[in-house]
Design a binder for this molecule. Structure first.
Ligand SMILES: Nc1ncnc2c1ncn2[C@@H]1O[C@H](COP(=O)(O)OP(=O)(O)OP(=O)(O)O)[C@@H](O)[C@H]1O
Ligand SMILES: [Mg+2]
Length: 284
């Protein structure tokens, strides 16, 4: 655990864990909460976990420590502290529209896909990192702002050419799954690549060559327009791979001896909502 005063977050807004009322559990360590003394304020809190397979929350906090990095990237609203003033989690403002797996009746807009690629351009070119875990569960819809918002940067990595290509594949799978609600093709792709080449690969050739993607979601224009927009974006981005300056995200913040206490926190046996894609389970 990190003692707040030792970190770059020393002067950040904070709230004590004891002041939170849990309203819902999205995953074992990601909860919707309200503040006891201000029930209007709803936050989504992600708690520190020692499970490294879950990604690195300190890395996520280091990326999000620049307030309002981009309109499609959720900044940290406040830090969550235990009684010893150690950081035990981070809170972001609750986006009521939820992620793309929720509310299947919602009409997906072409402008949202454009916002997504713009946000990725910003991450890649400006920050030198890839999101690293793009799937429908990590993309929220801020309906009031009419905007897609990225969350969950715990798998972010440096934007090497290889990682950029994988990010392009992930966006393509995300769009494919969003439009078709077919979550099995991706699983088949991974299994085939493991069987044939012994590697985990999210190569998108199999879905790119399909003449038509069966539409099972409401879209504000035809599916082919979405596909060709994405195809064109990836084509241009592939031609400019070398102009991205990769930067390794920081994975640590300052730890002091007094902060080296294990915090059990609120993570106990809750199943939470499982991701519908297998990308989330892939370890980097
Ligand atoms: N600010 C927010 N508003 C609404 N929903 C959110 C917000 N932040 C996160 N969520 C929801 O919580 C889910 C889990 O959060 P996140 O993706 O950051 O954690 P995770 O690393 O996938 O969780 P875990 O490691 O516990 O499996 C997201 O898929 C999203 O649906
Ligand atoms: Mg997630």
């Amino acid at each position: 655990m990190a003692y707040l005063a030792d970190t770059v977050f020393a002067d950040w807004p904070r709230v004590q864990y004891a002041e939170l009322i849990t309203l819902d559990r999205f995953t074992p360590r990601v909860h919707l909460v309200q503040l006891a003394d201000n029930p209007e304020t709803r936050l989504v809190v992600k708690y520190v976990s020692s499970d490294t397979a879950k990604g690195n929350i300190w890395k996520e906090m280091n990326i999000l420590k620049t307030q309002q990095l981009h309109p499609s990237i959720l900044p940290i609203d406040r830090l969550i502290l235990d009684n010893n003033n150690c950081i035990v989690g981070m809170g972001t403002k609750f986006v009521p529209g939820g992620n793309l797996n929720r509310n299947k009746d919602r009409t997906f807009k072409l402008k949202w896909l454009k916002q997504l690629t713009e946000a990725l351009d910003f991450l890649h070119f400006d920050q030198g990192i890839v999101h690293g875990d793009l799937h429908m569960g990590n993309i929220l819809v801020d309906e009031a702002a009419d905007r897609l918002v990225l969350c969950d940067f715990s798998m972010a990595r440096e934007a090497t050419q290889r990682n950029l290509i994988e990010e392009f594949w992930s966006v393509t799978w995300t769009l494919y799954e969003l439009i078709t609600l077919d979550f099995t093709a991706e699983e088949e792709q991974v299994q085939n690549s493991q069987r044939e080449n012994g590697v985990y690969s999210l190569n998108t050739e199999s879905i790119e060559k399909l003449p038509r993607w069966t539409v099972r979601t409401k879209l504000d224009c035809d599916a082919e327009t979405f596909r060709s927009y994405l195809r064109e974006w990836i084509k241009v981005r592939r031609e400019t791979l070398q102009s991205v300056k990769a930067r390794k995200p920081e994975t640590m913040i300052n730890f002091s001896e007094r902060g080296r206490i294990q915090w059990e926190g609120p993570i106990h046996g809750c199943q939470g909502i499982q991701s519908r894609t297998i990308r989330m389970n892939h370890q980097y």
